[in-house]
Design a protein around this ligand. Structure first.
Ligand SMILES: *Cc1c(COP(=O)(O)O)cnc(C)c1O
Length: 394
């Protein structure tokens, strides 16, 4: 492994401090490094691999698509993109889909929709977007401008940055930041990277009302909390609050790089031909994956499964939070959970890896649990056993 890691540091731009393992393959909810060591995966490639590794039906669908055609460009129609878009529209009750290659690009597109929506009303070129503190929306200039994390923004925020930040779950704070230039409010129904913070129902309900009153767009970033992660296909379903624009990615393609932004009736028509584009976005390989993902979620009754195993994980993490003073708080829903400690969790993550369990963090002091959605209760027990041992060592 050392040889590979040395080579990686030699050739890959150093923007990550990577964990010291080289992953090689996966099987179900387990990963294997190049030495053949097995790891129980509670990260799923950062909430991506919902179906676990090596789902035969999924792999076969991709292999078949590779043999047919991988790429066509958006100058032509292709069947997988049409079918995938139909599934997204029917499952959201929204109107239209634009496919991207990543979550960041889905956010970029959503922001453009909001700006254009305002522009179409009165030709205004002045825009402000209200975003939340501790949010995460991506690393491009636009997505970064609405990411409420000083560490990520430092040195990179564009000069014409139009974002104004409010406190998550503080409706009065959001209201106080609205001006005549506000064109959108963007938030994650469950903040992921920021530390796993689910929104309060009153907050999202209040945002919906506010955006309707002001005729501005409500953008939900469901890149991490969408695609069944919370136990409903989309997190906002649990709140009974619908966005005008929604961003999806991560588990949307279950491993194939793909994202999407979805618009409702109100936001549809903001962008017209020529306003937005992408070479790869919605290519047949990526959208064949999306289409298969939607089919498999149904076939496997995955949402029911997430509710059941999610409730079990919830109970087990609650028990740890009650038992150990080092655990400050447990937050989460479905199969996205965070355990906040009174100290940084980096060492615990490294030790867990040595013992064959993969965790990631969400902020310095919070362990994040975003396993493949096919995880079973016995895997939760296996993980809890290792985790409890590590908490006792603190
Ligand atoms: C990961 C993430 C993004 C960015 O997605 P990429 O695919 O990494 O570009 C945006 N928003 C949220 C909520 C995310 O978790």
């Amino acid at each position: 492994m050392k040889e590979y890691m040395d080579k990686a540091e030699k050739y890959l731009l150093k923007t990550y401090n990577r964990y010291q393992i080289v992953l090689d393959k996966g099987d179900g909810v387990y990963l294997y490094d190049v030495n053949g060591k097995k790891y129980l995966d509670f990260a799923a490639g950062i909430a991506v691999f919902a179906l676990g590794y090596g789902n035969k039906e999924y792999n076969d669908a991709l292999k078949a698509q590779i043999d047919k055609i991988i790429h066509t460009s958006n100058l032509f129609y292709n069947v997988p993109a049409i079918e995938a878009a139909e599934k997204i529209v029917k499952s959201t009750g929204m109107k239209k889909v634009f496919f991207t290659n990543s979550g960041t690009e889905a956010i970029e597109g959503a922001l453009k929709v909001a700006r254009k929506y305002a522009y179409n009303k009165d030709n205004t070129k002045e825009y402000e977007i209200i975003a939340m503190n501790h949010s995460f929306h991506g690393r491009s200039q636009g997505a970064l401008s609405v990411t409420g994390n000083a560490k990520y923004q430092e040195g990179f925020v564009p000069k014409d940055c139009v974002a104004v930040f409010a406190d998550f779950n503080d409706l009065e704070d959001v209201k106080s930041k609205v001006t005549e230039n506000t064109c959108a409010v963007i938030c994650e129904p469950v903040q992921g990277e920021g530390g796993v913070f689910p929104a309060d129902p009153e907050f999202l309900i209040g945002l919906r009302k506010l955006c309707d009153e002001k005729d501005i767009l409500l953008i939900f970033d469901e890149v991490q909390c969408g695609m069944g992660r919370t136990g409903t296909l989309y997190a906002h379903e649990q709140y009974g609050v619908k966005p005008d624009v929604m961003a999806l990615a991560k588990a949307l393609g279950c491993g194939v790089p793909v994202g999407a932004f979805v618009v409702n009736e109100k936001a549809d028509g903001a962008l017209v031909p020529g306003d937005h584009g992408t070479t790869y976005g919605g290519n047949p390989l990526a959208t064949a994956a999306v289409s298969k993902v939607y089919d498999l979620y149904e076939e496997l009754h995955l949402l029911d499964h997430v509710k059941e195993v999610g409730a079990y994980l919830d109970k087990k993490l609650d028990e740890l939070a009650q038992k150990y003073d080092h655990v400050k708080e447990h937050r989460g829903v479905g199969l996205i959970h965070g355990l906040e400690f009174d100290q940084p969790v980096g060492t615990m993550i490294t030790k867990a890896m040595e013992q064959g369990v993969i965790f990631i963090n969400a902020g310095a002091n919070t362990l994040r649990f975003v396993p493949p959605l096919i995880i079973e209760k016995e895997h939760v027990d296996e993980m809890i056993h290792v985790l409890e041992g590590l908490i006792k060592e603190l």
